[in-house]
Design a protein around this ligand. Sequence first.
Ligand SMILES: [Cu+2]
Length: 207
Amino acid sequence: MKTMMISVMALGSVCGSAMAELPQLHAWPMQHIMLTFDGSTVGAHADPTAMDPVLLQRFSGESYDGAASVLDDSYYSDQYGWLADGFISLGADEFMWIERVSSSAGLNVYEGGMRMMREFHSYDAILGTDGSSDRWMWGGTMTHNWYSADALGDYEATYFVYVGDANGDAYTQYQGAEVTLYFSAVPAPSAMGLLGLAGFGAMRRRR
Ligand SMILES: [Cu+2]
């Protein structure tokens, strides 16, 4: 990385756009918020807890391409993704909506998509961020939105998942579900720290 920075600086104004980067997919595995709908009741489940949250990380000095620049200098992650758990059958005028019930001050959400398509995500503020609507329509495919925060600390967001019409008005004959996402913005771990974390994760899984 250092070598690249130096070569870009040496090229200077000839090649200024070479500084552009894509946000990092730094956290694996993906953490899917598994959604179900049995024709009457919505289900929503995600594994991370307050004790074992998704980590938001900052990569100092990076500046991201185009709309992704909303993540510059923030602690961020796209590890959470909305995903259908099996087959979800909806009518032509039925859609699955995510509505913000509550979220920590300072936690931002930007629209993503498939992780490998991050070059083409809109990075639009959603789910209450920057005055956006508290409601966001899930398109039915795996969607990893980007969560970010400007300061270290713990964050959470609780959502109500429901079936609604094209405008987001709920169909009251169906039951929705709540799910809470947990985050912790942490200092970037050193290389040794990363190795330690990896070992710790492996040990925990083996138990
Ligand atoms: Cu995924």
